[in-house]
Ligand binder design. Structure first.
Ligand SMILES: CC(C)(COP(=O)(O)OP(=O)(O)OC[C@H]1O[C@@H](n2cnc3c(N)ncnc32)[C@H](O)[C@@H]1OP(=O)(O)O)[C@@H](O)C(=O)NCCC(=O)NCCS
Length: 186
């Protein structure tokens, strides 16, 4: 259990599965994240949860409201690479339920957990350049470095669901940068 100013992060519970299906299907969330997947059926959630518990490279956490304990989002670590001490991270909050600042608070908690408990040294994320809230939370508020070139070199350009060509940027934060307080857009 990781407790911040506005949110708590805890392991996913079976009682969260309906909320997580709704979150995955919410249009405002779907159109802001990199990648695409089929809409989720609530009936498939228990199988998905069982499979995710067996996946040693991915650790999802439910974001809850620190006051009420109600689920308001999802975050975690994906593709944990122990050799290089790195992982991908992301956060999705349900529109209308999360207080302003919940995104930055969730990111701060994931960073502290990853760097000071899990033992990672680098987190990275991919962000659509149209996603101003995510850029605000990851890059401006939490000082992740923005490396627009990296994902473009590896994936090329991504076509958004609206038919526009969009450039996802990748953001990353190093443990050493955080300790020196030197993270920042570059
Ligand atoms: C991205 C997300 C996690 C951000 O959460 P949040 O609680 O709004 O984040 P915060 O309030 O901590 O920080 C966002 C910052 O961006 C700013 N911001 C939000 N929308 C903005 C916009 N349209 N233009 C400019 N700035 C904007 C906010 O004002 C805030 O900055 P401030 O603290 O200086 O005021 C949330 O919006 C979300 O879950 N979106 C849907 C899923 C998603 O996009 N996930 C990220 C995938 S990379």
């Amino acid at each position: 259990m990781l407790t911040g100013r506005l949110v708590t992060l805890r392991p996913i519970r079976a009682e969260d599965l309906g909320f997580l299906a709704d979150l995955a299907n919410t249009l405002e969330v779907r159109r802001n994240v990199v990648g695409w997947d089929w809409p989720v059926s609530p009936d498939a959630q228990h199988d998905w949860f069982a499979a995710s518990l067996r996946d040693s490279h991915t650790h999802r956490l439910t974001v809850t409201d620190v006051t009420t304990g109600a689920p308001i989002g999802l975050t975690g670590l994906w593709d944990v690479d122990w050799h290089n001490q790195s992982a991908s991270t992301a956060v999705k909050l349900m529109p209308g339920t999360a207080p302003k600042g919940a995104g930055s608070d969730s990111i701060m908690l994931i960073m502290a957990w990853s760097f000071y408990e899990v033992g990672l040294r680098r987190l990275y994320s991919t962000i659509l350049d149209s996603n101003a809230a995510s850029l605000g939370a990851y890059v401006r508020n939490r000082s992740l470095r923005l490396n627009m070139g990296i994902l473009l070199r590896t994936l090329g350009r991504v076509v958004s669901r609206s038919g526009l060509i969009v450039d996802p940027g990748s953001a990353m934060l190093n443990l050493d940068d955080e300790r020196r307080g030197q993270g920042g857009a570059c």
